[in-house]
Design a protein around this ligand. Structure first.
Ligand SMILES: *[C@@H]1O[C@H](CO)[C@@H](O)[C@H](O)[C@H]1NC(C)=O
Length: 250
């Protein structure tokens, strides 16, 4: 999820599924707001959220999708925002929230799981992290596989420019599933097996379920931002890139 090297200060990969996990679609909004939005977001605020894989979510819970938006609209630091949210986290189903402010080089992880325990607030240390649908850096097949593959690729490119499109194509289009003995065992084995690859594509009786958008967000030390996305629209894969610069703060 994030790396710090000589040239690139931040790389994020975001994967979005559809059906069932409606909240995840909302992730698109904050990311878009990040580059289309107002000044505070242009100064480098980034937020994204994933649901925690669990049984029996509360139907009356508030939508987790509002959390990244609230952060982007606020002027609080990631840590202050996370601390301010702690008293309300039980109103939402299980989530993992990443809040970052590039200008102050701060990134915080907030989660309201495990259930019944105090909310987790953790500074995300510089280095490589992967977040899926369990806590940050959980040893899931797809998490470990993506982490190792990204590390290999970074090693291969060394100090030279990393071609984001290629990285995305190589790392995020990966359909290799987990060994069945290594599934988390939260819901049905068949379903977890189908969800266990980095790129998800499943035929269900209700239609196709799977990855519908993958994005890479890169920010250089000089503040140049590039948001590259490949996404499914009416059954066709399309791509888009948006570039801008985070203004220097006084
Ligand atoms: C898992 O995926 C296969 C292939 O797409 C599909 O036939 C099967 O119904 C899926 N299982 C579940 C539980 O969705």
């Amino acid at each position: 999820m994030s790396i710090t090297t000589g040239k690139l200060t931040f790389i994020g990969f975001i994967d979005i599924f559809f059906c069932g996990l409606m909240e995840m679609i909302v992730m698109l909004f904050p990311v878009r707001a990040f580059y289309e939005g107002r000044q505070s977001q242009r100064h480098g605020r980034v937020a994204f959220i994933t649901n925690v894989l669990e049984l029996h979510p509360l139907p009356e819970a508030k939508s987790r999708g509002e959390l990244p938006v609230l952060f982007l609209e606020s002027t609080k630091s990631p840590k202050e925002f996370a601390e301010g949210l702690v008293k309300d986290v039980h109103q939402y189903n299980g989530f993992n929230l990443i809040l970052a402010d590039i200008s102050s080089k701060s990134m915080v992880y907030l989660s309201n799981r495990p259930k019944g325990e105090p909310a987790v607030i953790q500074e995300v240390s510089p280095g490589l992290h992967v977040l899926s649908n369990a806590k940050l850096d959980s040893p899931w097949h797809k998490v470990q596989r993506l982490g190792l593959n990204l590390k290999d690729l970074l090693g291969k490119y060394g100090e030279s420019e990393i071609p984001v499109k290629e990285v995305l194509e190589k790392l995020m289009r990966d359909k290799v599933k987990a060994d069945k003995s290594r599934l988390p065992g939260i819901c049905s084995i068949d379903w977890e097996f189908n969800l266990s690859s980095i790129f998800v594509e499943i035929d269900t009786p209700l239609g196709c379920y799977g990855t519908r958008s993958t994005a890479a967000l890169t920010i250089r030390a000089g503040g140049e931002v590039s948001f590259y996305e490949i996404y499914l629209e009416k059954g066709v894969w399309k791509e888009s890139t948006v570039n801008y610069r985070i203004p220097k703060q006084n």
